[in-house]
Design a protein. Structure first.
Length: 322
């Protein structure tokens, strides 16, 4: 560890004394800024018409990202997508939406809401939606892609993982070893069905499996409606949770093509019936992205909440290998 110099020690002591005396006022919001209003930024192309580039990256949920102080540093994907789509609806120059997906999926409801928002936007705006799959577009990420007119995967994309999963821990054995007993006062026998302090009974497993099956059937229905070239019989065989490469997905008719993001832009122009267009995105003033591969920056103070979300019982359209 680097040793503090005498000057550093004096400075820190002086700063501490000023804080104690109330002489220094720190604007916490300037240190940990909250999300500000979205602004339009042009990152390429030319002309009057526009193509909106939208990112859906990371785990899909309705939980905002926060820093160590609990302050919101980044809006959740559901809220951000709705905000961007609302802005796009008001802009008549936007002629196509290019959706860049890089996600393992997420919660069932968050994935379904984003899919619904995209479908509603398409009906109101009547413009083509093109999906460009990046590293990963699995489970809920693939579910969202079903709102698109065309789905193009990067040559090295991993997609598929069509299915539903719920994770439940059982620490009953550990609790016995350390001499702790959990007692629940409940109104019904199934009130604590997902408790981590007990083993699931066969009846409880059946109850949860029925819920999983219902969510899975909805997933299949969404794909069947969006991919008419894929028969339901074949879909049921390949939708067993496994993942696929871009080439495998194309052969199975889960996607429409393989290509790079630049090619997706050209496809968006073609589908929109325009020859040239500006490529725009919406971002916060504090964010910086100067090209189509730019990502929404993460705050250095973010806590990794995804691990802790896995400890709570939820239903997921998610590829979770660990």
């Amino acid at each position: 560890m680097r040793k503090l110099t005498t000057v550093s020690i004096v400075f820190l002591c002086s700063l501490w004394m000023m804080l104690l005396s109330g002489c220094v006022f720190v604007n916490v919001h300037s240190i940990f800024p909250s999300p500000s209003r979205l602004e339009e930024k042009t990152i390429g192309g030319e002309g009057k018409e526009k193509i909106l580039l939208m990112d859906i990256s990371g785990t899909i949920s309705d939980k905002d990202e926060t820093n160590a102080l609990g302050m919101v540093t980044q809006m959740n994907p559901v809220a951000r997508v709705r905000e961007e789509l609302d802005m796009a609806l008001k802009d008549e120059k936007i002629k196509a939406l290019l959706l860049k997906i890089n996600s393992p999926g997420g919660t069932v409801t968050a994935s379904d809401i984003i899919f619904h928002e995209l479908k509603t936007f398409k009906e109101k705006k009547n413009i083509p939606i093109i999906v460009s799959m990046m590293d990963l577009a699995a489970s809920g990420g693939y579910y969202i892609a079903m709102a698109a007119d065309k789905i193009i995967a990067h040559p090295t994309t991993i997609t598929g993982s069509i299915g539903v999963i719920m994770i439940k821990f059982n620490i009953q054995g550990l609790m016995k070893k350390i001499g702790i007993q959990e007692v629940s006062i409940k109104s019904g026998a199934k009130k604590d069905i997902l408790s981590i302090f007990k083993q699931l009974s066969e009846e409880e497993q059946t109850i949860l499996q029925n819920i999983i099956d219902e969510f899975y059937d909805r997933f299949i229905e969404i794909i069947a409606d969006a991919r008419p070239a894929l028969s339901r019989e074949k879909l049921k065989k390949i939708a067993d949770g496994r993942i696929y490469t871009a080439r495998q997905a194309l052969e199975l008719k889960l996607i429409d093509g393989i290509g790079y993001l630049d090619e997706c832009i050209e496809l968006a122009k073609k589908e929109a019936g325009i020859k040239q267009a500006k490529i725009i995105l919406y971002q916060r003033p504090s964010q910086y992205r100067n090209n189509i591969y730019g990502k929404i920056p993460k705050s250095g103070y973010l806590t990794d909440s995804n691990f802790f979300e896995g400890l709570s019982p939820q239903f997921y359209y998610l590829w979770k290998p660990l």
